[in-house]
Ligand binder design. Sequence first.
Ligand SMILES: CCCCC/C=C\C/C=C\C/C=C\C/C=C\CCCC(=O)SCCNC(=O)CCNC(=O)[C@H](O)C(C)(C)COP(=O)(O)OP(=O)(O)OC[C@H]1O[C@@H](n2cnc3c(N)ncnc32)[C@H](O)[C@@H]1OP(=O)(O)O
Length: 154
Amino acid sequence: MKAIQLHYPPEWAHCYGCGYLNPMGLHLQTYWNRERKESRTAFTPSPHHTAIPGFVYGGLLASLVDCHATATAAAAKADAEGLDLEKTPLRFVTASLKVDYLKPTPLGPELVLVGRAREVKGRKVVVEAEVYAGEALTVRGEAVLVQITEGFGG
Ligand SMILES: CCCCC/C=C\C/C=C\C/C=C\C/C=C\CCCC(=O)SCCNC(=O)CCNC(=O)[C@H](O)C(C)(C)COP(=O)(O)OP(=O)(O)OC[C@H]1O[C@@H](n2cnc3c(N)ncnc32)[C@H](O)[C@@H]1OP(=O)(O)O
């Protein structure tokens, strides 16, 4: 299975969190499960992602939620409309991002993010995401993503 982010054409692939063309980026790769209507990614923070010794910096966790949510939005929209991302790449940007830090996230283990679309409406998708360190749910996020259209940002 191909990660959602690898469907982005090069001009959309410079994002710090998930762009495959960003040499300093996090290179997050999100996968969509059509049966479960759920996205997943995994990321192992490095020692330089420290908040206080032993725990992950919250800004990094917000970045993971952000980029996992944009990809989840693309997958959920494609799923809802029967589109093939290979032929019709979709790209969303973040309009709003809320992150609840439920408990400190330990630095060391691989983190797993799970995402679901709560709403798919026109160009807008609302995504809920969870971050797990092992069995522990440490972060819950919610994002509003808006699909970019031709000429966006001009
Ligand atoms: C990097 C983006 C900025 C530069 C853009 C330039 C070029 C774009 C080309 C390629 C992009 C490629 C890659 C992107 C890279 C990384 C993505 C990773 C995630 C990020 O790092 S990305 C950076 C941070 N991101 C921004 O830099 C966005 C700045 N912003 C805007 O560009 C506009 O603000 C926009 C487009 C978001 C909306 O503007 P718009 O005019 O297109 O859409 P509109 O207002 O019609 O809203 C449609 C529906 O979204 C609802 N809605 C809107 N805003 C809301 C909010 N804040 N809270 C709750 N709901 C909201 C409305 O209520 C309505 O919902 P409803 O239909 O239900 O009423």
